[in-house]
Write a protein that binds this ligand. Structure first.
Ligand SMILES: [Zn+2]
Length: 158
């Protein structure tokens, strides 16, 4: 049986504490690579390649890592995290046709993988300015499909 002393981090090592905030947005897209032919895109993406597009209700989970402040007991002000997510992701993404209205999806295929990477790029710096570290992005495209992204390989901490 484990005892508390075995669960504690060694002295001087920061503990890994994560907190996750959820948000939702609706957007439409089509999936077709400019580097592939019409036929190749249809073979690869099926109906999703149709340029008229289709919609998803995306669910986003933003996980932040940091040290628990000894005074207020939080990693970061969650109101501020919500404001950052709203400003950097929800406002530019919600009710948009991603291929036509959101950078960089005029040239980058808006798969959930690429959307998660773009969202990481929008959030990493403002979260860092709050003294925390962006740990991961989880993006649900449908209830049974999600992508996890933990940042560029040289920055990812597993
Ligand atoms: Zn889709």
């Amino acid at each position: 049986m484990r005892v508390w002393s075995q669960c504690n981090e060694p002295a001087g090592n920061p503990q890994l504490v994560l907190i996750t905030r959820k948000a939702e947005f609706s957007a439409s897209h089509f999936c077709a690579s400019p580097d592939l032919s019409v036929e190749e895109n249809e073979t690869l993406f099926g109906k999703a390649a149709r340029r008229s597009g289709h919609g998803h209700n995306y669910v986003l989970e933003v996980t932040v890592a940091g040290d628990v402040d000894p005074v207020h007991g939080m990693i970061m002000d969650l109101k501020v995290l919500k404001e950052i997510i709203n400003e950097k992701v929800i406002d530019p993404y919600d009710h948009r046709f991603l291929n036509h209205e959101v950078e960089p999806f005029a040239r980058v295929v808006p798969t959930p993988e690429n959307i998660a990477k773009d969202i990481w790029g929008r959030l990493a710096e403002p979260v860092g300015e709050c003294g925390c570290r962006l740990h991961g992005i989880r993006l649900y495209e449908t209830p049974d499909l999600y992508v996890d992204y933990f940042g560029p390989r040289d920055q990812a901490v597993q």
